[in-house]
Design a protein around this ligand. Sequence first.
Ligand code: UFG
Length: 399
Amino acid sequence: MSRPSPSLETPLLQHITLRDKEAPQKIRKLQRCFVLTGKRSMHYNRHSLVSLELIGESGVGEILITGGAGYIGSHIVKRLLEKGMQIIVLDNLQTGHREAIIGGTFIQGDIGNERILSEIFGVHEIDSVIHMAADCLVGDSTKDPLKYFNNNVSKGIKLLGVMLKHKVKKIVFSSSAAVYGNPPRVPIEEDFPPFPINPYGETKLIFEKLLEGCKVAHGLQYISLRYFNAAGADPDGRIGEDHHPETHLIPTVLRALLRKGRKVPIYGTDYDTPDGTCIRDYIHILDIAEAHISALEALHAGVESEIFNLGNGQGFSVKQIIQAASKVTGRTIPVIETQRRPGDPPILVASSEKIEKKLGWSPRHEKLDEIIDTAWRWHRTHPHGFRSSSLKKGVARWT
Ligand code: UFG
């Protein structure tokens, strides 16, 4: 017997918003007679038509996270799940890891693929996007600018196009301190004129301009978070940083301790800084994840589109990081001084006043020792990154 069509009934339309922790149970009950009609999940029977809208505890609906299998993305995913949010991760796994996504719905695909994007937006009740999928290495971008403009700009345009077509107008964007280039002074405030000195920073700045254009033309609501140097790992030890090749300072330093014969290159000792090496603002990955929750909630509360720095407000030189890592690990770090790396600005330190004032976010894990210690715990227990876990599983099966 075929189901009655809603249009043939005179349905009583109920709009249910589930905000409480019992939501999953209630949904399971309703799921038995669910059908998908266009973008909306409908449940109907002879007498009633129920439109079901799922809203997490914070008032945020389903969230699409592009690049959620990466280092920063996976920590954000974990935090969103802990907050009970409904998430869909889209990642092509070129640099991300399937094992890094500890929950939610995972779709392997590229943000440049409009067919996949249309299917995702067509089937899921997405109401906001965290856009992280990008190439993100300063040095690499100076060698292969086309890759950066293609992945970070051209493909991002496709994502925006599909979002707008499906009337999804809230986006949190992973931008970067690299947009500032060589700032005139530190700490850097958001209204300093951006002058990127590498293609990576250029692509992030262009995308911010695209967001602003779409805000004016289409009512897009965005928050752009300009990350400073993400570091550390979730203390529960399940996820951490695993890049191939690894080029970032803190993991390079820690890995050098785990592999015999490795030396940490210090790129340039002749910068105009107290010890001649570059100064960066290292921010704990947990603080970055928390800032995304604040940003999403702010968008849903209707804040104006904004750009915020996401940093700790403290600068440490390459040599200071090496010293701190030596203290935390109790080992001497083997180093080799070498020439400057193209595209590196001498000093990047954030002012986080604006985000503190407008979103109420401030770093909670700001101590450098804590940042390095959590990273060290991850690297020590995962000397081969995520592969270490599967290797361990393999060993367990054989014994
Ligand atoms: N460095 C070394 N030796 C290494 C690795 C790095 O001396 O083996 C130096 C770099 O030259 C730089 C500093 O350590 O001066 C930090 O370098 P990272 O590669 O760890 O990070 P970056 O500052 O180049 O870039 C990172 C992110 C970018 C982001 C930027 C914002 O990769 O996406 O922070 O500050 F834009």
